[in-house]
Design a protein around this ligand. Structure first.
Ligand code: F6R
Length: 606
């Protein structure tokens, strides 16, 4: 999704703006642009290009004017293709005011018609350009007060937005606003930053403040004024960023994704730290977990798969019904939800619009809302009654790996917590799960020692056009996750199935040579034998079986051994080889591992 950066202060603005855009590349984008307010000129200096940041840098040339404030944008196309003209910033007709935008302006068409009638000429097909024209008129009416103009304009907009605007007649000032999309201000010394998230400026400052819904920031190098849309001045909601700048770098790995796969043992250990014996009051203080009649989990993509695994554990341990819902579907079917519903929203970014909207829907109907999130201060935890932060650290690769692992851990911790307070787990079971959870980091570490042979094995299937994943019980969502990873990274057909469903249709897909990854249930599980039969069924039709199992399995053509654990915890282990298979297949096919085509890290549109 679009990335937004602004800098105003004592330094030349170009460097922090470009650096910030680099840090936001992980969000996914297809064009980039910057606008600088120069110290001499009467118009803004603006450059923008379709494609990667390198394309923009190529056209900057050596005659960059002196400027101490500027805004930069990476665009992920929604309205209008990824072209030079549609790239942000967008200018008003005087060439003096520039705007960058993340989100969607839902009423842009009607606004555009009115503006065109009033004599404005549009250059792009975007919804965002309307804001530049509206702001230009509003600023004139407000006698040059850009912040007042921004407040006027925000009241006219429908949809979601983070906006930054700059004007050449007031070069040291940047005005930002947000609704349903994120905006943080980095507080420096004689300089300030604005960005979609803190990674854009953590190299410069650890002090930040977040803007709430429908708030406007009026920022210069020396001052920050936050107001609501009526102009009322609001207190600063300042926080200290705990992430280390170097945590967001690749640290010697070929790709962020591989680095993040190797960070999984630490991410799991960090997420468990101090929580195995029970979630502390810090996590649960805002929510009453007594008397819940049902649990609903809403999430998207990989986070949804974590939720599906969570269903098995929470239902069994807390003896309560759990529904897992695709967030994008949930609110549109008028589901039954009330004050006895515990809604768990799982999101790495905390900004996924589908999840946010599903959560708001349930909250409005009285549900108690619990977030599982990796990003401090993002919208989903901010709007929840309670939050369990996964401590995966910054996840830069678009394909989620360590965040998924920590989401699984969060599900187990919630299941265990509910089981304890509802008195539905025996002391023996609690002790067993506590023990097994604490062993997970070392067991994942052990699997990571087999990465190289697994990469080699994956290369054997280079010419496959399709790969199928089979699992039962918690192995089924793991199979779905393995297939999703392969689709998004290797751009190949992949599907995950429940082993028992094979005979109801999917088995027709099996041809001689079709690779099938079988996620074996824990050896002591009742389903181990059933899955062994599924392997025989596909083998009899010519499939080549790669089994992920905690015992030897002669029936498999290839075996990836994983350590033993409690059956519900197994996805934490069995997903690791699946991540490696997808990673290697993407490399073999020459794909962009960290930023797969068409995908964005943070999906802030519905
Ligand atoms: C896949 C992936 C996505 C996200 C999904 C939800 O690798 O990363 O499927 O899991 O877009 O994102 P969050 O967790 O940020 O809400």
């Amino acid at each position: 999704m679009c990335g937004i950066v602004g800098y105003t202060g004592k330094e030349l603005a170009l460097t922090p703006v470009l650096e910030g855009l680099r840090k936001l590349e992980y969000r996914g984008y297809d064009s980039a642009g910057i606008a600088l307010a120069t110290t001499t000129g009467h118009k803004l200096w603006i450059q923008k290009r379709a494609g990667k940041l390198g394309n923009l840098e190529e056209i900057l040339g050596s005659t960059i004017p002196e400027s101490h404030s500027g805004i930069g944008h990476t665009r992920w196309a929604t309205h209008g293709g990824p072209t030079d003209l549609n790239a942000h910033p967008h200018l008003d007709n005087d060439g003096k005011l520039a705007v960058i935008h993340n989100g969607i302006i839902e009423n842009y068409l009607e606004l555009r018609l009115v503006l065109e009638k009033a004599g404005h000429t549009f250059k792009s097909e975007t919804d965002s350009e309307s804001v530049a024209h509206l702001l230009s008129d509003a600023r004139k009416q407000r006698k040059g007060d850009l912040a007042a103009a921004m407040r006027d304009v925000c009241r006219q907009l429908r949809g979601s937005f983070t906006l930054l605007a700059i004007h050449s007649d007031d070069p040291g000032r940047i005005v930002g606003a947000r609704r349903n999309s994120p905006l943080v201000v980095g507080i420096g010394d004689g300089e300030n930053f604005l960005a979609s998230d803190v990674s854009a400026f953590i190299a410069h400052t650890k002090r930040a403040l977040e803007l709430g819904q429908d708030e406007v920031a009026d920022v210069t190098g020396e001052s920050i004024v936050i107001t609501d849309l009526t102009g009322k001045i609001l207190p600063h909601n300042e926080f200290e960023i705990s992430w280390d700048a170097s945590a967001a770098e690749r640290g010697g790995f070929e790709h962020f994704m591989l680095k993040e796969i190797f960070e999984q043992p630490k991410a799991i250990a960090d997420t468990l730290l101090g929580r195995i014996q029970g979630l502390d009051e810090e996590v649960t203080k805002g929510i009453n977990l007594a008397g819940i009649e049902k649990v609903v989990i809403v999430a998207c993509g990989t986070a949804f798969h974590a939720g599906l695994v969570g269903k098995y554990a929470i239902e069994k341990w807390a003896n309560i019904a759990v529904d897992v819902e695709l967030a994008s579907e949930y609110r549109y079917r008028d589901p039954s939800v009330d004050s006895n519903t515990l809604l768990i929203a799982i999101s790495q970014s905390g900004e996924t619009m589908d999840t946010l909207m599903a959560m708001r829907y349930a909250k409005e109907r009285g549900a108690r809302v619990f977030a599982v999130c990796n990003t401090n201060g993002s919208t989903i935890p901010r709007e929840s009654d309670a939050v369990l932060y996964t401590r995966a650290g910054p996840e830069v690769a678009v394909a989620s790996t360590k965040a998924f692992e920590t989401q699984l851990v969060a599900m187990y911790l919630i299941g265990l917590h509910l089981g304890r307070i509802r008195g539905t787990m025996s002391q023996e079971l609690i002790a067993e799960i506590e023990h097994e959870l604490s062993e997970l980091p070392a067991k994942v570490e052990q699997i990571l020692e087999t990465v190289e042979p697994l990469r080699e094995l994956t290369r054997r299937f280079n010419s496959a056009t399709s790969m199928l994943f089979l699992g039962r019980n918690v192995g089924f969502p793991t199979a779905l996750e393995g297939a999703l990873k392969l689709k998004e990274l290797a751009y190949m057909h992949a599907e995950g199935f429940a082993g028992g469903e094979l005979k109801h249709g999917p088995i027709a897909l099996i041809e001689v040579g079709t690779p099938v990854v079988a996620i074996m249930p824990a050896a002591n599980s009742l389903l181990a034998e059933k899955m062994a039969s599924n392997i025989q069924e596909v083998k009899a039709r010519g499939a080549v079986v790669i089994a992920i199992a905690d015992i030897d399995l002669p029936a498999a053509d290839y075996l990836v051994r994983i350590p033993k654990t409690h059956e519900f915890l197994q996805p934490v282990l069995s997903v690791v080889p699946l991540q490696i298979i997808a990673y290697e297949m993407a490399i073999v096919r020459g794909n962009d591992v960290d930023q797969p085509r068409n995908l964005a890290k943070s999906v802030t549109v519905e």
